[in-house]
Structure formats: C-alpha cells, structure tokens
Design a protein around this ligand. Structure first.
Ligand SMILES: O=C(CO)[C@@H](O)[C@H](O)CF
Length: 551
C-alpha cells in the first residue's frame, strides 16, 4: 500500500484572493484546520475606496474593475495577521491559492526584474506600485465587452464553435474579451505589457518572485485555451489581440509546482526556504477541491458574491450556456459550471429594501412565507446578469388562480412589487429555481444525489431549506464556508505530494486514507424537503424558465 501521508508537523497554506476579501486557511498533515484569517478590502484597506471590492465606472456602462495594488497590499496584510497570530511559517512546506476567476493583471515591461529582486525591508506595495501598465484590473463582474465577445466568436465561426474550442461561448467577464478591449481601446497599455496574469497566477508571481504560469483550469476561463489540447488556441489568440501568446506565457497543470517561495517571504516571514508554491487556480475550481467533489451525482452550490453551481463530468460537452474547465485535481475529467452574478450583493439589496437591513428579519420572512410563495416569481438583476444574459432590471409576476393541486398551464400577470416577506422568498426561490432549471439543461445530475453547499449564504438554514425543497435532495457542507481557501490548502498538499512522488496522485488518496475526520469531511446540513413539494416546484421552475426565456 503506497504511503500518501504528509510529513509530520508540516503545514499547508491556502489563500483565496476573492472579490471582497483575501482569506487564508492552514491545514496540518492530518488535513485539520490549524488557523485561518481574512482581510476585507472595503473595511481594512479603505484607501482604495472599493465597494464590494470593486470600482464601478460611471462613465463606461458595465465596466467594473479592482485596484491591482489592493490585492498586493491585502496579501501582505494577511501574512502579517497570520504572523501576529503566532503561525510558524517555518513549518509550511507548500502554499497554493485561489483567485477570483477571469480577472486580469497587466505587468509593465521590466517588471520581471523588479519581481526578482524584492527587498524584504520594504513593503510589496511600495516596490510594485509602478509594475503594472494599468493600475485597474478588469474583474469577473465587468459586462462591458459584448462587442469583443461577438468579434471573437465571429472570427472563429460563431458562439457554438468558440464554446467547442474553449469550453465556453464568448462571455463578457472572460479574460480574452477583456484583453481585446484593452488592445482596442488602450493600445499603449497593451504595448507596454510584458506579461498578462490572471488573479490566480498573479498571486503566484508575487509568492515566487517570477512570472508564474496560468494553470489549465483557470486558463479555461479566458476564451483562449483549447479545452481538449490544453494549450493556447492559435485561432482564438489571433482573433483576440496581436502578439498575445508571448504575453501569456506557457500553461501548466493546476497540480504542478511553480517553484520555491521567494526569498522576500523567507526573510520577512521566516518561511522555510524549501517551501514550494503550487499553481494557483480559480476560486470555483478550488472549491471543487475543498468540497472533495468526486462522486458522480454530487452537485456543488457556492453562494458568494457570485452564485455558482458546479459538478464533475467525464467528457467536455460545451454548450451555449455554462462553462467547461479541466478538473483541477484530476487531469482526466472536467468541471462543469454555471455562474450567476446576482448573488450575495443582490440578496443584501433585497434584505436592505424589504427586511429592515437585517438577516434576522430576512430569515423570519422566509420562515413565515410558504413554499412556492403563492405563485409569486421575482427576477432580481441588480447587476447585468450572466445567466440569463439580461441587463439590470427587476421583474415580478404572479401566477393566476393558483390552486393546491397543480400549477400546470397557469397564466401569469406582471406586478410592480410584492409585500416585503414575499420579496424575500421570491429572491431566494427564484435563484434556486433558475439554478435547477439551467443545471438540468446543462446535463448536470438531475436530481442530484446530494448537494454540497458552500459560501457565506450556505450558513443560512432558512436558505438551505429552500434549496433542499427545490432540488429534492439532502444538503451537505464541509467544516467552513470558505471552501476556496480550504481547497487551496488541500491542493498545496496535493501538489507537494505529487511533486515529492514524481507522479500524479489522485487527490482522493489523501483524505480517503484517513480514518479520522478531517476539515474536508462533509456533514449533513439539511435533509431533503417535503417530497410532495418537488413536483410543484418542478412546475414552478418550468414557468420561471418560460418567463425568463422571453424577458
Ligand atoms: O465569474 C465567476 C465564475 O465564472 C465568478 O464565480 C468568479 O470566479 C467569482 F470570483
């Protein structure tokens, strides 16, 4: 029996540089959480003046960016917090991380040299404040590149062809269309850029003091990588921007080691000089790892700034909706995913407008209103929505003559607004009815054997009750709601093990070989809802999709 144990007393550090914060989780060699910490951008780095971690450009409809340096400063502040908490960095043998998907960083010419000689007596921010050809990084919430999406799609033979090639049709938030927009509208920035990183590979650049590769999983979120060959697609690169391949560098598998931690961190935080940095990847791929998603039939729902639904597939079947990425912890399979932009910020908006700005009131409204919400359906697009691709807008409908026995064939009429409590149930039921409809349309498990929930809102029992009723299955979760940084710490250990063994080791060997519970052990959160509700929710789901398709 091969030994998959990790060195006794060793620690594994995982980061998650997400939309609103930078988090860290540290696992020990038994895969138990030793410590965790977080830096919230808006409140702890107020000098960047972000709201929800981003800047919305009033002069350019849909343009949403984040200050690149904010991520640099957050990483260093988080390391300082971990240091103050007494973390022994000398025991960390591997680091990895998660970055919000699709965001991009533009390294100015000459910055590789700066990265390679960081002075540990100074801050990262002070040494890198002139390292970027644009100080604002486009992020996943941006929806200003529709024209670029169509141009790239048309150049390769259409939306479905681009999806077949790269795993997704052209999406506004994807990095390829974002790069094309900079290439077209800020040619000097593009010309002065020697390397383009994703948020994930950008953070790996900082930790290794070099230009880290983009990993194949997060790279699939760019509309630039051939999803089957896992190399840059020449036809798509040419359709995006001139001379792009040399600015992207080579791709690498997500479990690969980038290199050793940079001397800056050895000197400043007393990391072990032999600590390896494992490829960073996207936040959702890291969550897939952290939720130990592997059984066919599992469906993950992540309720964060964005809401995502994802699962594992053996074959890539890209479509016009949804996304296919290489599985970050199994090179032979794929990750399939749907993404909603109107997640936690939109729920907060409804809480603030209709539930006295209080989650307690929000939850009491959920508890006191009935399943199916009396046939009230709400569509809440505070931000331009990804799925379906609809502009900002709010739409409310009531089904006529709703009786207890059936919803089939019912007509509906539009209304201006519901009562407060119904607004709350409508924003919750609406999201999960849509998720179930689109995940079934995308060929995800239907019904799922179980749902593993994660993200901030997965701690809300009232919301979980709705999910279990709408999907008709049990809801599980792992020890902590931030599965991305947990998954990153697990991937750090996985990458270390593969590197140490000189071959790929299935990640499941790491936790299935353990008899005792670990931080990755799933626990039942919410049993499946009342089975009599399922057919009614199925009818309501069909009505929702019928209305959605004509909005
Ligand atoms: O755009 C997304 C996935 O495709 C979002 O879930 C971002 O990864 C959130 F950071």
């Amino acid at each position: 029996m091969e030994d998959y144990s990790l060195p006794k007393d060793s620690l594994f550090l995982g980061f998650d540089s997400s939309t609103q914060s930078c988090k860290a989780t540290v696992l020990d060699s038994n895969l138990n959480i030793v410590t965790s910490d977080v830096v919230h951008f808006d409140s702890e780095l107020p000098h960047y003046k972000t709201k929800g971690g981003v800047h919305r450009d009033p002069s350019d409809d849909g343009r949403i960016v984040s200050p690149t340096l904010m991520w640099v400063e957050a990483l260093e502040l988080l390391l300082e917090k971990l240091n103050k908490s007494g973390l022994d960095f000398g025991k960390i043998v591997a680091v990895s991380g998660s970055g919000q998907q699709h965001g991009s960083v533009y390294w100015k010419k000459g910055s590789l040299e700066k990265l390679g000689r960081l002075d540990s007596s100074k801050s990262l921010k002070d040494q890198l404040n002139d390292a970027f050809s644009t100080t604002e990084s486009p992020v996943w919430m941006d929806s200003s590149t529709t024209a670029q999406c169509r141009e790239i799609e048309n150049a390769v033979g259409g939306a479905l062809e681009l999806s077949r090639l790269t795993g997704s049709r052209g999406y506004e938030r994807f990095t390829g269309p974002q790069i094309r927009k900079i290439f077209q509208t800020q040619p000097d920035v593009y010309a002065d850029t020697e390397r383009i990183s994703l948020v994930s590979s950008f953070m790996a650049c900082l930790l290794t003091g070099s230009y880290a590769s983009i990993d194949e999983t997060d790279g699939a979120g760019m509309n630039l990588m051939d999803i089957k060959e896992r190399v840059w697609s020449k036809i798509v690169l040419e359709a995006t921007a001139l001379g792009l391949e040399e600015k992207l560098g080579k791709l690498a598998p997500a479990h690969a080691v980038v290199g050793l931690i940079a001397s800056y961190f050895v000197e400043k935080f007393h990391f072990n000089k032999n600590c390896v940095v494992v490829q960073w990847s996207g936040d959702n791929p890291n969550s897939l790892a952290g939720l130990t998603l592997n059984t066919p039939g599992d469906l993950a729902i992540s309720l964060g700034t964005s809401d995502t639904v994802f699962g594992i597939a053996s074959e890539p079947r890209p479509r016009l909706e949804g996304h296919v990425f290489p599985n970050p912890v199994d090179p032979k399979s794929y990750m399939v995913m749907l993404c909603y932009k109107n997640g936690s910020l939109t729920r907060e908006d409804i809480r603030n407008k209709y539930a006295e700005q209080s989650w307690e009131t929000f939850n009491s409204y959920l508890e006191k209103t009935s399943p199916l919400n009396g046939g009230k359906l709400g569509f809440y697009y505070k931000d331009h929505e990804i799925l379906p691709p609809l502009p900002v807008g709010f739409h409310r409908y009531v089904l006529d003559n709703l009786t207890d026995d059936s919803l089939e064939g019912l007509r509906e009429h539009e209304v201006e607004e519901f009562d407060g409590a119904s607004e709350v149930r409508a924003v919750i039921e609406g999201q999960f009815l849509s998720m179930r409809a689109h995940s079934e349309r995308f060929g995800m498990p239907n019904p799922p054997k179980r749902i593993i929930a994660t993200g901030g809102a997965s701690a809300n029992q009232s919301i979980l009750k709705s999910i279990s009723a709408i999907f008709g299955c049990d809801i599980y979760t792992v020890q902590r709601p931030d599965s991305a940084s947990l998954g990153a710490a697990l991937r750090a250990a996985h990458g270390w093990l593969c590197n140490n063994k000189g071959k790929f080791i299935p990640i499941s060997c790491m936790y299935e070989s353990k008899s005792e519970k670990t931080a990755l052990s799933c626990k039942l959160l919410m049993p499946a809802g009342n089975p009599e509700l399922l057919p009614k929710y199925t009818s309501l789901m069909k009505k929702r999709i019928e209305i959605e398709d004509r909005l």
